[in-house]
Design a protein around this ligand. Sequence first.
Ligand code: ADQ
Length: 489
Amino acid sequence: CGQKDGKPVRQRLLVVANRLPVSAVRRGEDVWSLEISAGGLVSALLGVKEFEARWIGWAGVNVPDEVGQKALTKALAEKRCIPVFLDEEIVHQYYNGYCNNILWPLFHYLGLPQEDRLATTRSFQSQFDAYKKANQMFADVVNQHYEEGDVVWCHDYHLMFLPKCLKEYNSSMKVGWFLHTPFPSSEIHRTLPSRSELLRSVLAADLVGFHTYDYARHFVSACTRILGLEGTPEGVEDQGKLTRVAAFPIGIDSDRFKRALELPQVQEHIKELKERFSGRKVMLGVDRLDMIKGIPQKILAFEKFLEENPTWREKVVLLQIAVPTRTDVPEYQKLTSQVHEIVGRINGRFGTLTAVPIHHLDRSLDFHALCALYAVTDVALVTSLRDGMNLVSYEFVACQDAKKGVLILSEFAGAAQSLGAGAILVNPWNITEVANAIFQALEMKADEREKRHKHNFTHVTTHTAQEWAETFVSELNDTVVEAEIRTRE
Ligand code: ADQ
């Protein structure tokens, strides 16, 4: 806390992310209705009491006219949100193109787009130009709202160019950047045509954060190998300027789940689910329908398990909840059809007139329904091919204090570093290994389940989202103070 006119004031935190945590619907020329979308980041920052947070980002809608922009800006101000207006062409090139078609797959080890190399190379440049332009637009808005002493926290792969733009405006701005996805091995990152420019832009930040130590190490290696800079135990040094690089594993607001489970309507829902699936063990998958989540591999492993364990066939059910994302992208449409096809085949093969082995839902569930499902689950299957952290694994553990179910977790999710000792870790590409893990989880004795759950529950309830956000921001404050001291010396 600082002082203003002799009164204590909380330090302002400007959180800059591609999307604002609201969905905006236009109801008239100058009328907007807003709904807060409670993602992990929102609940993390709601719990941060030390800072006064403002959000800066795109509202997810195209608003070409000035009347609409003014009205939306005013409505958002009440929610402490500040919009960045992006037109359709920029969204297409920057968001759909460079962010989702290039950086997202690359950072998850799926490589650069392969088809029609020449066309990709040509569109690559225009997409990167749009990416830089969009980042500059974010920087313009941050700069307009920045007040001395504010902390600016930039989020994710959409805004790698932002730290540089901000420091060009004001070199004394306190700038942190955090990546929610993995940062891949330097051998993967070096395939990116704009590899050096992006690294240099991120290095303009004072503090750079990742979910795991491995991602931080990959980033430092990329800077030393590609840019020829010096890696130190604190981060990366360039001509005497140190950018601090460290791991800040995210968590969840575990109390929110605890409170939800105590609500009568959630208890009622739990009772209904128990009745509905009585006599069967419940296995659960909750994912966005994305290539990185390994949904087809997970379902194929379940099929192998059923194939090899006939006695379990009528005693287990897999509930797979998959929220569709990026539905306009052909690869994602193909993934949806592929999943439907596999589920249909397995249900045809192992279903009976009264029960099917897999219930697959292509939709999002509301928070209370999700909590009830987590609570009745015996085995959760998180088999991402790569995942920055994976909060579903944390949420499942938070809801399992009564049941003490088993978590099967991909070794390629960041969460494997923190929940590995309590979970059964698997290589999601190895269908046989996952099928064996399902068997082990279903047959696991109560005392072992309890021991494993206890380890994970302690972690999830003590390493919370609030603690994550507070640690990052106070580290950023300290980093800047230390740098000032070094400069003076
Ligand atoms: P995501 O890839 O979105 O996040 P994840 O961390 O699992 O992945 O978070 C997903 C969130 O969406 C969870 O809170 C979950 O409850 C919710 N969700 C998923 N499917 C749902 C469904 N069918 N219905 C309702 N809710 C659903 C990115 C990175 C992750 C990283 C986070 C946070 O890819 O690796 O953990 O950011 O940094």
